[in-house]
Design a protein around this ligand. Structure first.
Ligand SMILES: Cc1ncc(COP(=O)(O)O)c(C=O)c1O
Length: 329
């Protein structure tokens, strides 16, 4: 076991204390009382900051990360951005392992913050790149002398970050929650939020939102293009989440949901948030009677998706064309 680096622990604790509290905003919506927690207001623009800082602080506290360590992680983008930002502040080198679906803006930022960036090019036979990225991580762990691998797909500390921070704030803001809709990738968010809700609001229903081509809820993995939710494996963190219902939408729904959220509420969000919004809209369509309190996370902002989800040309070329209004070409 490595020696605990007290200076590093102080810095990690300070980063954790300095995290912003993200706003919960009310969105007027037919039939429901809808609220969005704006995780896009985090330091690096996504909900992944909560998992990343908790994982890093705990690893430093256990002596698994010192200033001699290199952190290596596979990520489709947002988690890598969070790690890159916090590790830069901590003075610890980080090697992200990316794949071709990474947003161009995310890759540019990572190349500015990290001396070394690895990018796999070979699909892994499941239609995605996850297994190729994990194989590259394994190679780097064998190659470099003192490596810490956060393993975001299985690390309970990531879920703990959402349990303590994201869920803690949401509960402080909303006295009542009847439904919580959560997009699923590694399962850290739904694990942390659903377990905390199970304690504090046991009657609340947690609805998991996934996308076609994802293997998380038992379907065979297939090609997916929009990073964020979905996975070509079933992450172990999903097994211990408290999930009431699962909705699986298409990438076309993701695009339509993003554009509807922008038009109807002025929120310019990333693909996963659009998918969750589409799920909520479909789920409560035509609902009458008492209005339930419904919450979801705006997991990241739309700008990194400007050339994909929000670009008609990209959508027409890569997905079944959708009828759009007010979107950029
Ligand atoms: C934008 C966005 N939304 C949702 C998720 C899913 O969160 P989790 O990995 O905690 O399941 C991710 C994960 O990368 C993401 O980047």
């Amino acid at each position: 076991m490595a020696r605990i680096d007290a200076t590093l622990l102080d810095r990690a604790d300070a980063l954790l204390r300095e995290l912003p509290v993200t706003r919960v905003v009310r969105l007027p919506h037919p039939g429901i009382r809808l609220h969005a927690k704006m995780e896009s207001e985090n330091r690096t623009g996504s909900s992944k900051d909560r998992a990343a800082i908790w994982i890093l602080r705990e690893a430093v506290r256990r002596g698994e990360i010192t200033r001699d360590t290199t952190v290596v992680e596979s990520s489709s983008g947002n988690f890598a951005l969070s790690l890159a930002s916090f590790l830069d502040a901590l003075g610890v080198p980080f090697v992200p392992v990316l794949d071709p679906n990474v947003n161009a803006a995310t890759e540019r930022t990572l190349r500015r913050l990290c001396a070394r960036v690895e990018k796999v090019t070979e699909p892994d036979g499941t239609g995605g790149y996850l297994l190729s990225r994990l194989a590259r991580v394994a190679r780097l762990r064998a190659e470099l002398p003192d490596v810490y691998w956060p393993d975001q797909y299985a690390n309970p500390d990531g879920a703990r970050g959402h349990y303590e921070l994201t869920a803690g704030e949401l509960l402080a803001d909303l006295g009542r929650i009847d439904y919580l809709f959560v997009g699923v990738g590694t399962g850290a968010t739904i694990n942390g939020l659903s377990r905390r809700l199970g304690v504090a609001r046991p009657d609340a229903k947690v609805v998991a939102v996934d996308v076609d081509g994802s293997a998380i809820f038992g379907a065979p993995p297939a090609r997916r293009l929009i990073p964020g939710i979905g996975s070509s494996i079933r992450p172990p963190l999903v097994d211990t989440a408290r999930i009431g219902e699962v909705l699986v939408l298409s990438e076309v729904d993701e695009v339509a949901g993003c554009r509807a959220l922008l038009r109807e509420h002025g929120i310019y969000a990333g693909g996963s948030t659009g998918c969750v919004y589409a799920a909520i809209t479909q789920y409560f369509a035509g609902r009458t009677g008492p209005e339930p309190v419904v919450a979801f996370l705006c997991a990241d902002g739309g700008e990194p998706y400007a050339d994909t989800v929000y670009a008609d040309g990209w959508v027409a070329e890569h997905l079944t064309p959708v009828v759009t209004k007010g979107a950029n070409a």
